[in-house]
Design a protein around this ligand. Structure first.
Ligand code: ATP
Length: 328
């Protein structure tokens, strides 16, 4: 359904030296530099799949999604969605694409929600019968009954986001791009959105790309993920493999009675990673089998008052992937 091959997208940005002199010089001569937001990315996604797209801020996730939606033209490489070249924005392609962005609103804020739905029907040329069928199904699935008569501006963020989902899916798209759809929502609203997306994919067989900084979204919905960092694809595979990597490590948190003596950390070994070290606390990550020896060594130097052990958070494994480390 979605094929992305060697996708590159660059932006030209104006560069200005700091201060008044820089401002004056930029009036005379505009200097630009090129940013490579997406750098040689290749992947595919299929019908019925929710593919998670992970990466730190500025990694290039939204830029990649915009290339897939045809909102941006690739600098080079190939993007093919449902047999279409998205950048051509053909009506047939647009009728089969849905895009929900956490920070951008499609609903008209001054109109009652149902009127925005009507506008959407006209814009997409949806037949009356299939529109009513899709609208009623979405209103039911998302629990929108109490909100459809209200102006969008009067809804809470969570209520409005659920209405946004309905608007974006009224034309029953086969490819759905979700860019931070749960951003800023409370726990309950996040859970509702996750349940809805899972059910929508089950019923429609749509192909979904999902970016989210909330790992719980990815965990609930995606078997497979892409990790992108500085525009490059650093991982393509199962989320389970990342979880297993986290399970193979141990996190040791020690409260320090006094600052550690120089050389103590170096003596723990090169397979021990220092996550946090201050005068009062030390947090380390290490391979599972090394935890006992590390704790013994810390106790031997006599600097610790309390030690706790557990699995490191999944985010830590992800950070390693963003840095380009392999899972092995
Ligand atoms: N229109 C633009 N003009 C210039 N630079 C841009 C433009 N859009 C994005 N960029 C740059 O491209 C890079 C990738 O941005 P992008 O928004 O794709 O990242 P992201 O992974 O979605 O980040 P976040 O998680 O913070 O939303 C950033 O360095 C950003 O500043």
């Amino acid at each position: 359904m979605i094929t992305v091959r060697n996708l590159v997208r660059t932006f030209e940005v104006t560069q200005r030296a700091p201060g008044l002199q820089g401002a004056l010089r930029s009036v005379v001569r505009r200097e630009t530099r090129s940013i490579t937001a997406v750098d040689d990315i290749t992947f595919e996604a299929h019908s019925g799949q929710v593919l998670g797209v992970l990466g730190p801020n500025g990694a290039g996730k939204t830029t990649a999604l915009k290339c897939i939606a045809g909102l941006l033209t690739p600098t080079s490489g190939v993007v093919e969605v449902l047999g279409h070249e998205p950048a051509r924005r053909s009506p047939d392609f647009l009728r089969r694409l849905g895009f929900v962005m956490g920070q951008r609103w499609q609903l008209h804020i001054d109109l009652p929600v149902w009127e925005s739905f009507e506008l959407h029907r006209v814009m997409y040329g949806i037949g009356r019968v299939s529109f009513v069928e899709a609208r009623d199904e979405l209103v039911d699935m998302l629990g929108l009954e109490p909100y459809v008569m209200q102006q969008a501006r009067k809804l809470s963020l969570g209520q409005r986001m659920r209405c946004e989902f309905a608007a974006a899916l009224l034309h029953r798209p086969s490819v759905v791009l979700l860019d931070e759809p749960t951003l800023g929502l409370d726990f309950e609203s996040q859970v509702q959105i996750r349940r809805f997306v899972a059910e929508y994919v089950r019923r429609s067989g749509a192909c979904v790309l999902l970016t989210s900084h909330y790992l719980a979204d990815i965990d609930a919905l995606c078997e497979d993920v892409l990790a992108i960092s500085q525009g490059r694809l650093t991982y393509r595979g199962s989320l389970r493999a990342i979880q297993e990597m986290a399970d193979d490590s141990k996190r040791v948190r020690a409260r320090l009675a006094q600052p550690l003596q120089a050389g103590t950390l170096a003596r723990l070994g090169s397979d021990v990673t220092v996550v946090d070290h201050s005068a009062t606390q030390l947090v380390l990550t290490m391979p599972h089998g090394r935890a006992g020896a590390v704790v013994q060594e810390l106790e031997r130097v006599g600097a610790v008052t309390d030690i706790t052990m557990g699995a490191p958070p999944l985010e830590e494994s992800l950070s390693r992937l963003y840095r380009g480390s392999s899972l092995s």
